[in-house]
Design a protein around this ligand. Structure first.
Ligand code: AMP
Length: 249
C-alpha cells in the first residue's frame, strides 16, 4: 500500500505573528517556518504504518516555493521514502491546493492519503475535504486512530461530545487530529541522511490546473486587547459580579 502525505510549510507554532502596519497581511519576513504540526502527525502515522508492514512506500507532497524543500527533508528524516515539491510561484488557496494534489493522486495512485486536519496559518480546514470530493474518495476527518484492515480503514474520529468510529473503503483521504500520535524527534544522523535525498520538483504550470485566486483579502487586524482583570475581596463579591455584571450565573 502506497501512502501519500501532504505537508505544508507554515509559520512555526511558537512564533507570535504580527500584523503589518497597513493591515494588508501578517508579517512573516524573517520568522521561523516549520512543517504544519498536523502534517507532522500525518507523516508519523504513515511511517508507523510502514514500520508495521501495512504500507510499502510513503510519498510526501508539498505545494510551495523552493523554500518548502525543508519540510520534505524533515519528513525524510522522520522516515518518508520520497518527496515531491510542486513548485508554485504564488501562495495557493485550499481549492487550488486540492486541485494540484488531485493531479498528484492521479500520478501516484496512492491507496491512502493522510493530511493534516488544518494548516495553522490559514486555519481553513478545507483541503482534505476538497481533495476527497475532487477524487471521489471517501473521507475520514479528525482521526485519532487509524487501523488498516484489508481494503478498509477503520478510523476513529474526534467529534463533538465523543468519538465516532467509521470504516472507509480504500483508497481514502484521512485527516489527522492532535491525539492520533506523538511525532518522533528526528535524530541528527537522519537529518544528515535526509539532506542527500533527491526531491522531485514539478512546476505547477505543467499540471494544467486552474490555480487562480478566488478570494480577496480585505483586511487583517489584531484581536482586541483584553482588558485587565480585577481582584475581589470575597466569594460573595465574586458571585455578585458573575451574577449581576458578567451575567454568567
Ligand atoms: P487547510 O485546508 O489549509 O487548513 O489545510 C489542511 C491540510 O491540507 C494541511 O494540513 C496539509 O496537509 C494540506 N495542505 C494545505 N496546503 C498545502 C500545501 N500548500 N502543500 C501541501 N499540503 C497542503
Amino acid at each position: 500500500m502506497k501512502v501519500m502525505v501532504t505537508v505544508k510549510r507554515v509559520v512555526d507554532y511558537n512564533v507570535k505573528v504580527r500584523v503589518k502596519s497597513d493591515g494588508s497581511d501578517v508579517d512573516i519576513a524573517n520568522v521561523k517556518m516549520s512543517m504544519n504540526p498536523f502534517d507532522e502527525i500525518a507523516v508519523e502515522e504513515a511511517v508507523r504504518l510502514k514500520e508495521a508492514g501495512k504500507a510499502t512506500e510513503v510519498v510526501v507532497v508539498t505545494c510551495g516555493s523552493s523554500a518548502s524543500q525543508d519540510v520534505l527533508r524533515t519528513a525524510f528524516a522522520m522516515g518518508a521514502d520520497r518527496g515531491i515539491l510542486v513548485d508554485c510561484p504564488t501562495v495557493l488557496e485550499p481549492l487550488a491546493v486540492a486541485k494540484v494534489l488531485k493531479a498528484m493522486v492521479d500520478k501516484e495512485q496512492p491507496q491512502l492519503i493522510i493530511m493534516g486536519k488544518q494548516a495553522i496559518d490559514d486555519d481553513c480546514n478545507q483541503t482534505g475535504q476538497m481533495l476527497a470530493a475532487l477524487t471521489g474518495m471517501p473521507q475520514a476527518t479528525f482521526a485519532s486512530k487509524v487501523v488498516i484492515e484489508g481494503s478498509e480503514a477503520l478510523v476513529t474520529r474526534e467529534v463533538d461530545g465523543g468519538l465516532q468510529t467509521i470504516g472507509v473503503q480504500l483508497p481514502a483521504v484521512v485527516t489527522t487530529d492532535l491525539r492520533l500520535n506523538e511525532p518522533r524527534y528526528v535524530t541528527l544522523p537522519n537529518i544528515m541522511k535526509a539532506k542527500k535525498k533527491e526531491i522531485e520538483t514539478i512546476a505547477v504550470d505543467s499540471l494544467g490546473v486552474n490555480t487562480a485566486h478566488r478570494l480577496k483579502m480585505l483586511k487583517v487586524s489584531d484581536p482586541p486587547a483584553r482588558s485587565a482583570g480585577i481582584k475581589v475581596d470575597s466569594v460573595a463579591a465574586l458571585v455578585d459580579k458573575l451574577k449581576n455584571e458578567a451575567k454568567v450565573i
